[in-house]
Design a protein around this ligand. Structure first.
Ligand code: NA7
Length: 540
């Protein structure tokens, strides 16, 4: 049973957790086991976070499910059967709900409740957390398990409100689905969401028009159902696999991880490596040569390899060239893992519009005029325009720390964090997989587990030493923020207008939002900080 929302009086608890996705559920599980009073607030009317909201057709994870799953409980690993190499949204949601039931988590979660503010009371060393239901909670600790992709970006096209047909966002797809049979559908956005949805939309619609601003590199997922025998092999290998993941940079270990350089290989060797990665599929190129994301020459070799694959797949050479990314390095916008994406453009009922060559001119009730004088009549407009990633959700909550300083104001010029977990002036307020951490470039489930474990250890250490608060020093925050930027500047990631750079949201500071030094180095730093009595942090 879910909790009945508490009456208006302030409640005193140990920990407030915001968000009931993978991170929030694990935080609840660990904290409750250790005897803390915890309340999880979730805006949705179901648990699952990102996987609850993103139910567009084709939504699927891009890391194999045997890896994209909790590692903390061996029995859970052994009893759960993943139906396919990459689980779809429905199966991931089923798994999350199974975890909630299995560990009796539901009674700690309050649904349909948005946290509106979190104010730090300096005298009491506590956070006062207010919710959309008018309740107030007083908690010593706050864990913002708010996810990286939880504030959808609405399409910022002038006059789009004139359109009177049906509008759908991939991140807020109707729970009952949307029947597009026989309709004229337009889609804006060719990131992961668009690339996963487009083959499904094309199969249903009478006609699909894809409005593309920037083409993306996409690698076949080669998704397939898993047999019982394959699942048994996975289950037998879990212990070894998890150990390797925790010792890796990406948390993805079912494909070989190289340590050598593309520019030291011959063209034939590179070709063989890229072909092998193509056959492995998905994100495996991130585990290939180490210089692909630092050396433009190396990057161009793999970029051209993938462009040639696109040219082979797409029959119309003009359309193929439109689909070939040419103005940012390969992999610096997240690689996509697709099932039949490029092949979709060989269908008679699909049109690709290059918005750079022929931008939108004017929307009206029934469609849109583009700059080449064409009119695209539409019944439905799907926007797959992404998210105000990593910082958007935190900025939307009125979070005020010492002296009433707002987190959104402090981060206006770009997020400033210590280890991506805390910010100076905001004692006892933690973020999981947030900006300044490896975040989405590490296996997200393991990244969340790691952060929750680190945070809970810090809370336990405070209790053990009878301290009330932990907070990074301004000097350590400055050091870490500079380090994140310096490491980022050594890579090609800073050259793309990606959500990794905050570049997809007008007005957002342009800054690398992820720590690119790899999880291994990151974890070593976090462990060293903790083992030296939280060096760089002030304990109150
Ligand atoms: P993304 O990757 O941010 O993709 C959003 C897409 O929407 C991208 O192609 C954008 O083009 C496009 N977009 C955004 N605004 C506009 C306007 N105004 N006009 C035309 N096109 C626009 O979001 P996704 O949801 O696909 O994926 C997010 C992550 O989820 C993904 O990386 C995986 O980690 C899972 P642009 O590139 O900005 O030119």
């Amino acid at each position: 049973m879910y909790l009945t929302p508490a009456p208006n009086a302030p409640h005193t608890i140990d920990v407030v957790v915001v968000g009931a996705g993978f991170a929030g559920l694990y935080a609840l599980h660990v904290l409750r086991k250790k005897g803390y009073s915890v309340r999880v607030f979730e805006a949705g009317d179901g648990i699952g976070g990102t996987w609850y909201w993103n139910r567009y057709p084709g939504a699927r994870c891009d890391i194999e499910s045997v890896e994209y799953s909790y590692s903390f409980d061996e029995d859970l690993q052994q009893e759960w059967d993943w139906p396919a190499r990459y689980a779809d949204q429905a199966d991931i949601l089923k798994y999350i709900n199974h975890v909630a039931d299995r560990f009796d988590l539901r009674r700690g979660i309050q649904l349909e409740t948005r946290v509106t503010s979190a104010l730090y009371d300096e005298a009491a060393d506590r956070w006062t957390v207010a919710t959309s239901r008018g309740e107030t909670y007083s908690a010593q600790f706050c864990i913002m398990a708010t996810g990286c992709l939880s504030t959808p970006k609405q399409v910022d096209v002038e006059g789009i409100g004139e359109f009177r047909g049906r509008s759908l966002h991939t991140a807020a797809w109707p729970r009952e689905g949307a029947d597009l049979t026989g309709l004229r559908v337009g889609v804006i956005g060719t990131g992961s969401s668009g690339i996963q949805a487009i083959p499904h939309l094309a199969a249903q619609a009478a006609h699909l028009t894809v409005f593309q601003r920037t083409p993306n590199f996409s690698i076949p997922a080669w998704n397939h159902p898993l047999s019982d025998a394959q699942r048994q092999v996975h289950k037998a290998e879990y212990a070894v696999l998890r150990a390797r993941e925790w010792d890796s940079n990406q948390g993805i270990c079912r494909v070989p991880v190289r340590g050598d350089h593309a520019m030291d290989a011959t063209p034939a060797e590179r070709e063989a490596e890229y072909e092998a990665r193509w056959q492995m599929g998905g994100l495996s190129y991130y585990m290939s040569y180490v210089d692909l994301l630092t050396d433009p020459r190396a990057n161009e070799t793999v970029a051209e390899f993938v462009r040639n694959k696109i040219r082979q797949k797409v029959k119309d050479p003009v359309v193929a060239e439109m689909l070939c990314p040419k103005d940012y390095p390969f992999g610096t916008k997240r690689l996509c893992a697709d099932s039949g994406y490029y092949e979709t453009y060989n269908r008679d009922n699909v049109t690709l519009v290059d918005l750079r060559a022929t931008p939108f001119e004017r929307f009206d009730a029934g469609g849109v005029h583009t700059a080449d004088g064409r009119y695209h009549g539409l019944d439905v407009l799907v926007t797959a325009t992404g998210f105000d990633a990593l910082t958007g959700t935190l900025s939307n909550i009125d979070i005020r720390g010492r002296g009433g300083e707002r987190l959104s104001a402090r981060w206006r010029g770009g997020p400033r964090t210590a280890l991506g977990i805390m910010s100076a002036g905001f004692p006892n307020l933690f973020v999981t997989t947030g900006p300044g951490s490896p975040s989405v470039l590490f296996n997200m489930i393991l990244g969340n587990e790691y952060h929750v474990d680190w945070i809970v250890r810090a809370i336990e250490d405070l209790r053990r030493t009878q301290r009330r608060s932990i907070e990074p020093t301004a000097a350590f925050e400055e050091h870490w923020t500079r380090h994140v930027n310096e490491v980022g500047n050594q890579t090609l990631f800073t050259q793309a207008n990606s959500w990794y750079m905050g570049a997809n949201v007008p007005g957002k500071a342009r800054q690398i939002l992820l720590y690119l030094g790899g999880f291994k180095a990151y974890k070593d730093t976090c462990e060293a900080v903790a083992s030296k009595g939280y060096e760089g942090f002030a304990l109150g």
